[in-house]
Design a protein around this ligand. Structure first.
Ligand code: HCA
Ligand code: CU
Length: 346
């Protein structure tokens, strides 16, 4: 209960990255029309931000211009995901995005390969932030592999960003290795050192992408990065459906700004265009998200109603329940029971 109250105070919004991180999924190869369709789904769902790729590439710049037209009357903001490079900022301005998500590195080998000392890298960042601010862009500064790097280097970046008036700081678990307790610890520590809203981005390599996002919110993080279906590099990141369902289950007020009923269609669309089956662990999976098969489960559903074995009504996320009968596990439940049940519960 206490945990829920924390999240109610800290959660500020969702940054969807299907069109950036999601595009990095090995099977994603979205056409312009498909990207437009994804963008429209995200607007319908009501995500707060839509992150797109780096407009330094001309083709991506042209795509962003087309996508940005689909914002319509919605409050959604389009953010380019860029490096700490002057040209990336310039091209973001040219593409007409609402803001920039600048990704920084504190990795010593990376900096050495760029021929940059940490101090001069931070000077470049200060200059880029000034340029972006001058053009009225919303600015986020993030650190790659935050959870795998020593805290002091990242803090130097965050402090500089804060003193230059950026809008949000971001922490990435790039390798998907952070444990929930480390997440809570490091977010809480940073929360005491900086005052800006914090965005978190968790990879799912060890299966913690959803739990870590919740642990981070509970520790005071404010925005979560997610993608439809959870697609991204390797095993992907926090799935948008899982994140929003969790928020709803924690407290419906947390998710009331979003149209959850569009999640099933949107995630099934993405799986179709990627040419993959729906992941079985997502509640938006139409085959098993709300399938009931064991005799004990079916019997309880008939007697007491679907809430006995459903964390939430399938229609809430646009999915449907499936009753699997006539198997060796079905018990007494037969076709007539199912017909009666459906009449009562749909
Ligand atoms: C990557 C970059 C990133 C960036 C996350 C962010 C990561 O592709 O490696 O900008 O918040 O996971 O670190 O996706
Ligand atoms: Cu990532």
């Amino acid at each position: 209960m206490n945990e829920q109250r924390h999240i109610l105070h800290s959660f500020l919004g969702v940054i969807d990255s299907t069109l950036r991180e999601g595009f990095q999924f090995s099977k994603a190869n979205f056409s312009l029309d498909e990207q437009k369709q994804i963008f429209s789904y995200l607007v319908e769902i009501g995500v707060d931000y839509i992150e797109v790729a780096n407009p330094a590439k001309e083709e991506i710049r042209r795509t962003i211009v087309e996508l940005a037209k689909l914002r319509g009357k919605s409050a959604v903001k389009v953010l380019s995901h860029i490096r700490n490079h002057e040209n990336d900022v310039r091209m973001s301005i040219e593409a007409g995005v609402d803001g920039v998500n600048i990704l920084c590195t504190v990795d010593a080998e990376r900096l050495a390969a760029m021929g940059k000392a940490p101090e001069s890298y931070r000077e470049t960042l200060a200059a880029n932030v000034r340029t972006a601010r001058h053009h009225g862009l919303e600015i986020r500064v993030g650190v790659e592999d935050f959870f795998g790097q020593p805290a002091a280097q990242s803090l130097a970046i965050y402090r500089l960003a804060e003193s230059h008036g950026v809008d949000r700081l971001a922490l990435a678990d790039t390798l998907g290795k952070a444990m929930p307790w480390d997440v809570a610890h490091r977010v809480r520590a940073l929360r005491r050192q900086v005052h800006l809203p914090l965005e978190v981005h968790f990879h799912n390599d060890l299966g913690h992408a959803v739990g870590n996002a919740l642990a981070a919110l509970q520790a005071g993080a404010n925005y979560v990065s997610a993608t439809l279906l959870g697609i991204g590099e390797r095993t992907g990141i926090t799935p948008l459906s899982s994140l929003l369902v969790n928020l709803h289950v924690l407290d419906p007020r947390l998710a009331r700004a979003y149209d959850l009923s569009r999640l099933t269609e949107a995630e099934n669309y993405v799986s179709r265009i990627c040419g993959i089956e729906m992941p079985l662990h997502l509640m938006t999976n139409p085959l098993n998200g709300f399938a009931h098969k064991a005799g004990i489960h079916l019997d309880a559903l008939m007697k007491f109603g679907p809430q006995k074995y459903e964390p939430l009504p399938p229609a809430l996320i646009g999915n449907r329940r499936r009753l699997v009968i006539n198997t060796v596990l079905s018990g007494k439940t037969g076709a007539l029971d199912v017909a009666n049940f459906q009449e009562k519960y749909g």
